[in-house]
Design a protein around this ligand. Structure first.
Ligand SMILES: [Fe+2]
Length: 194
């Protein structure tokens, strides 16, 4: 019997772009557009490369929060449903700050899900629903990846004289992630993961 769901090829066959989507770009992904910010191009490039890794991991962490917001189950459903969405909103703000920092350095930010999936260091999650202790464990692991790379990148930015990137990493990325780790970890006092 024919499945009553949309066939992907039927959709693609019936929808055509208004004009050809060609490969023209006004700036290549790895190129730096030199801006008058009193930083050498190689310093900007190093920060852009680091920040693109960090934004891929932050976008993944952000999306993990929405997945868990939707799929959480159990006695703590309501409080975690709300907490996960609060953390999602805070991670979304960090994503925007990271992307705009990359553009301010003359770089190009990673933006699309397929590029995020290829770049992130956070392990792929199953599509199905997982229990609360697994959700918390996965989130804490992802936070620790983000925090370790953010601390490393903050030191590198400071040594290179890129104070703006250092400030963003320390004041926004590190402090927000540390606070979120605390809020998650307090749910585990009765059942520690380690
Ligand atoms: Fe919601």
């Amino acid at each position: 019997m024919k499945k009553p769901t949309a066939r992907k090829q039927d959709i693609l066959d019936r929808v055509r772009p208004l004009r050809d989507h060609d490969e023209r770009e006004i700036q290549a992904f790895n190129a730096i557009a030199k801006l008058p910010i009193a930083l050498a191009e190689h310093v900007c490039k190093a920060s852009v490369d680091n920040l693109n890794q960090l934004i891929a991991d932050t976008m993944t962490l952000r999306d993990m929060y929405k997945k868990h917001h939707w799929q959480v189950a159990g006695a703590t459903f309501y409080q975690l449903h709300l907490l996960y969405d609060k953390h999602f909103d805070e991670q979304s703000e960090i994503v925007d700050m990271l992307a705009e920092r990359i553009q301010s350095l003359g770089g190009i930010s990673i933006a699309m899900a397929h590029d995020v999936a290829e770049t992130t260091l956070i392990p792929r999650l199953p599509r199905g629903r997982q229990p609360v202790p697994v959700q918390l464990s996965r989130l804490l692991h992802a936070h620790e990846i983000v925090l370790l790379e953010a601390r490393t990148m903050a030191r590198q930015a400071a040594e290179a004289g890129d104070d703006g990137t250092n400030d963003l990493l320390v004041s926004d990325v590190i402090r927000t992630n540390e606070l979120q780790v605390w809020f998650l970890s307090e749910h585990l006092v009765d059942a520690p993961l380690r």
